[in-house]
Ligand binder design. Sequence first.
Ligand SMILES: Nc1ncnc2c1ncn2[C@@H]1O[C@H](COP(=O)(O)OP(=O)(O)O)[C@@H](O)[C@H]1O
Ligand SMILES: [Mg+2]
Length: 227
Amino acid sequence: MIKLENISKQYDLGGTKVDALKDISLEIKRGDYAAIMGPSGSGKSTLMHILGILDSSTGGNYYLEDYDITALPDKEQARIRNKHFGFIFQSFNLFPELSAIENVMLPMSYAGIPQKTRKEKAIQLLQEVGLEHRMTHLPTMLSGGEQQRVAIARSLSNDPDLILADEPTGNLPSDKGEEIMQILESLNRRGVTVVMVTHNPEQGKRAGYVIELRDGMLTPALEVQNA
Ligand SMILES: Nc1ncnc2c1ncn2[C@@H]1O[C@H](COP(=O)(O)OP(=O)(O)O)[C@@H](O)[C@H]1O
Ligand SMILES: [Mg+2]
């Protein structure tokens, strides 16, 4: 599904250059459940942003199915991102002035889906994450776990092939984090590809495999370098 070849990302902070990713080559297959792990600052979020086409690399190639992502204009990149990907963040990123159902409906209105269909789909998605009784609540009226479930429902509104979750349980108590993990795992069993950043070794073990980063490099590459 995804192939990264020698991806690098350098941030330029007015003269100071930060190599956030160095020479990352990896493959993610359709239906995979991958965990990205590594210390703080090792490049996990940067890698997620590049995988999600939220940011572009400064070197290397990114292939998604038949698309050569790095070679595509921004507009085409955005179209692919909106069609294929769903995003979940540590801090939920809900719009505070919108109710749960409005938050789930919003990406569908950007996509030009008619109001009636948007509403029906949002209700169905909120039911799937067990929030049918919280549709009209504002985010501030919801617990953290509930907010993250709204965010998951929202991420599913475009029927994504790939869910990218950056520390989705990082702001939650462990029992609520477990609920989120179970939702992600049931999506994966239904065939959705899941890539999740986590600091939690137990969560890492539950994934199909772990992509481990250190100082912007994959750890196998590091071992070769240090050998
Ligand atoms: N927008 C940015 N501008 C400059 N440096 C950045 C930016 N984002 C991340 N970095 C740097 O890149 C490195 C990797 O960051 P990040 O991918 O956020 O790591 P992680 O998610 O593993 O904690 C860090 O050294 C960080 O300071
Ligand atoms: Mg991060």
